[in-house]
Design a protein around this ligand. Structure first.
Ligand SMILES: Nc1nc2c(c(=O)[nH]1)N[C@H]1C(S)=C(S)[C@@H](COP(=O)(O)O)O[C@H]1N2
Ligand SMILES: [Mo]
Length: 195
């Protein structure tokens, strides 16, 4: 009986200790994070492999002529991302100094997580994408462009959003939704596959 009572008190003590958040160690007071952590992209490189092979740092990418457009994506489960104002470098502007592409060629765009998306010649020209309106009804595609985006809504693209460099399919019109699967995050390699 005495042992039972002692066991019960012991269990009560353990429970009250746990519910009070006691872990045995003294509480550590951590200062409140007021600013979001800044991503360190200083070791990141983009390789563009065409007829020539070029490596770019993020700073070098940012010195290239920039393009801005409207981007709006939908995931395979129907979640919409955007609309965004997307700023970056056009794929065609990166490919031109690497020898450009010709009919029948493909462009493979990939990331360190192993994700790869293949764009055909027509798509690099801005044609042949499936597009939807904001209600996700399929619409005929207006002219589109493939952008390597480093800025979204005026802010540097964060790692969480696919930064430093992410594919965005952009339009001069607002409300043109494209398939999210083409919006490759964390792009570090662009390869031209010749026909
Ligand atoms: N590197 C990389 N990019 C990626 C993917 C991925 O798995 N890896 N998923 C794609 C798919 S299928 C979709 S729908 C969108 C999802 O975007 P989100 O992760 O911002 O939600 O990213 C695309 N880009
Ligand atoms: Mo997806």
């Amino acid at each position: 009986m005495v042992i039972r009572a002692a066991t019960a008190i012991c269990i009560l003590l353990i429970l009250s200790c746990c519910s009070a958040g006691c872990s045995g160690a003294p509480p550590v007071s951590s200062p409140q994070q007021v600013t979001s952590p800044v991503d360190d992209f200083s070791n990141w490189n983009l390789t563009v492999n065409g007829s020539t092979r070029t490596e770019y740092t993020l700073d070098q990418i940012r010195t290239l002529p920039a393009t801005t457009g409207n981007g709006f994506a939908v995931s395979t489960v129907g979640i919409k991302y955007g609309p965004y104002i997307c700023k970056g470098v056009l794929l065609t502007d990166l490919l031109a100094p690497a020898g450009g592409i010709s009919p029948g060629d493909q462009v493979w765009i990939s990331a360190p997580d192993g994700y790869l998306w293949v764009f055909d010649y027509e798509q690099v020209q801005g044609n042949g994408f499936i597009t939807f309106n904001e209600s996700l009804k399929e619409i005929s595609s207006p002219p589109l462009e493939i952008l390597l985006m480093y800025e979204q809504d005026g802010k540097p693209l964060s790692y969480n959003d696919g930064g430093p460099l992410r594919v965005a399919i952009i339009s001069s019109e607002k409300g043109v939704v494209t398939e999210g699967s083409a919006w490759v995050k964390w792009v570090d390699k662009i390869e031209v596959k010749r026909a």
